[in-house]
Design a binder for this molecule. Structure first.
Ligand SMILES: Cc1cc2nc3c(=O)[nH]c(=O)nc-3n(C[C@H](O)[C@H](O)[C@H](O)COP(=O)(O)OP(=O)(O)OC[C@H]3O[C@@H](n4cnc5c(N)ncnc54)[C@H](O)[C@@H]3O)c2cc1C
Length: 457
């Protein structure tokens, strides 16, 4: 047996040709002695497939523990959706209290809690700061990097990962397994690779042009892993506007409105905010917040009707009093603008939804201004959605995010079966999942080492 002291190991790590040599020697049985903390995993290789926030975070945990990490991604570069998320101002997490934060994950709170316990909003902010990028809390409590952008953060992060020794293999589309080997489609043809453990962080099924295509679903389902169908989340909805309304108001923001909705299961939503009238229907932050409820309602009953309060600050009697004032020669549209300040897209919406008789009746008009029914008929296609619901069922995973039926295969990020509104909750759970999966692999490798060591005694 050849014995290599820790110092020798460091030397071979600095010289790739020697690493190859040491591997050859290792086949002849090597014992690493005097291993320093963090060097326990030398000679262990982990494949991280998917270079979004979840996969990169897993790669960081593993590489910092001394594991050799091969990171594969189908795209020419990593973090494309992360960069897109940074375009309109990178909302990385939220500053609200833990319980409220956790409530954003709806029916999956129990599964997300351990991830946030391990790496929650505060830890994430500290981590961002550790990359040399300050964060600040916006007026709504949302947390942003100092310059609101994703690119500087990603640049600093990739630099750290490279320094830590992560090997990036771009244009490697994972195709599944052949026996224990991982199969990848590359520009040079199919390539196979092996690893001691695998972390899948392949994203959801929206914005496929950024890499997360959901093509992994049949690969895991084919191995008997239960995957809930991917569905649009944080998405717009179709209404079916008239041609006139669509051409006149499509693309216009509907500001300072309050939306209410009660689901077939009795769940209630009522919140003020902003949305956008699109050519097909509605989208925007207020709609995204309700999207899970609306999607489920449409699946259950075929449509979902939301009620819009177009002037949340004013009560109905005030409106009735003002609208009932004599209007002289003014049209009702002019009268509305003068008396209660409703014009533009809000007035157009009233004309679109109400019959002429209701529009001309002050009482019925004011009732509609406070609770205008808008019937949504379908969610927009998943590819347009900010994120997706569905994915690998938590029941398939142990507490380390390892697929129980596929020992050594871990999952993290949006490909798991949870959803959350925008507001930093998506990224936080992806980062946290990546950390937990990375630490899970370390624990699993460690347990595996112990078993091997015992067996060799
Ligand atoms: C427009 C937009 C704005 C957003 N804004 C925000 C925001 O402000 N705040 C927020 O919290 N979240 C936001 N999000 C959501 C957030 O970006 C995602 O939830 C997050 O990126 C998911 O991370 P992930 O690591 O799970 O997957 P992804 O970031 O989707 O990464 C998955 C990776 O896997 C790779 N991959 C997929 N399949 C394969 C395969 N078969 N083989 C190899 N590689 C593969 C992909 O190329 C990709 O690089 C936004 C999303 C969009 C689209």
């Amino acid at each position: 047996m050849i014995v290599i002291q820790y110092a020798d190991t460091l030397q071979v790590m600095e010289n790739k040709s020697l690493i190859v040599e040491s591997k050859t020697i290792s086949n002849a049985s090597i014992s690493l002695q005097g291993a320093m903390p963090g060097k326990r995993y030398d000679r262990r290789t982990v494949a991280v497939i998917g270079g979004g926030p979840a996969g990169l975070m897993a790669a960081e945990v593993l590489s910092q523990a001394g594991v050799k990490v091969d990171l594969y991604d189908a795209m020419p570069s990593v973090g494309r959706k992360f960069l897109m998320a940074g375009k309109g101002g990178m909302n990385i997490t939220h500053s609200e209290p833990f319980d409220k934060f956790l409530s954003r994950y709806g029916s999956r709170q129990a599964h997300i809690k351990p991830l946030l316990d391990a790496f929650g909003s505060e830890a994430l902010r500290a981590w961002v700061q550790g990359l040399g990028i300050g964060t600040f809390i916006g007026s709504s409590g949302k947390v942003f990097p100092a310059d609101m952008k994703a690119a500087p953060l990603l640049r600093a992060w990739l630099h750290r990962l490279r320094v830590d020794g992560v090997s990036f293999h771009m244009r490697h589309q994972w195709l599944g397994w052949s026996g224990r080997m991982l199969r990848f489609q590359t520009p040079e043809g199919e390539r196979r690779a092996s690893a001691d453990a695998v972390i899948l962080a392949l994203g959801g099924g929206s914005w496929t042009r950024l890499g997360s295509t959901g093509a992994w679903v049949p690969l895991l389902a084919g191995r008997g892993v239960s995957v809930e169908p991917l569905q649009p989340s944080n998405c717009g909805f179709d209404v079916g506007w008239s041609e006139f309304f669509q051409s006149r108001f499509g693309g216009q923001p509907l500001k300072s409105v309050q939306a209410s909705f009660t689901s077939w299961a009795g769940l209630e939503f009522c919140q003020a905010g902003e949305m956008i009238v699109t050519a097909d229907g509605v989208e925007g932050s207020l709609i995204y917040k309700m999207s899970a409820l609306l999607r489920e309602q449409i699946a259950e009953t075929g449509t979902a009707t939301i009620y819009l309060d177009l002037v949340p600050g004013k009560d109905k009697q005030f409106l009735v009093d003002r609208v009932s004032l004599p209007r002289g020669k003014h049209t009702m549209a002019n009268h509305l603008r003068k008396r209660i300040g409703i014009d533009g897209v809000k007035a157009g919406l009233l004309r679109e939804v109400l019959s002429k008789a209701d529009f001309d009746d002050p009482l019925r008009l004011c009732e509609a201004i406070k609770a205008l029914p808008v019937k949504l008929v379908a969610a927009r296609p998943i590819d347009e959605a900010i994120s997706s619901a569905g994915g690998v069922s938590f029941e398939e995973l142990d507490e380390r995010l390892m697929i129980r039926s596929l020992p050594g295969v871990f999952c993290a990020g949006e490909m798991l079966d949870w959803e959350a509104p925008t507001g930093g909750y998506l990224l936080t759970a992806c980062f946290a999942g990546g950390r937990v999966a990375g630490e899970g692999v370390l624990a699993w490798l460690q347990a595996d080492c112990n078993v091997t060591a015992k067996a060799n005694r």
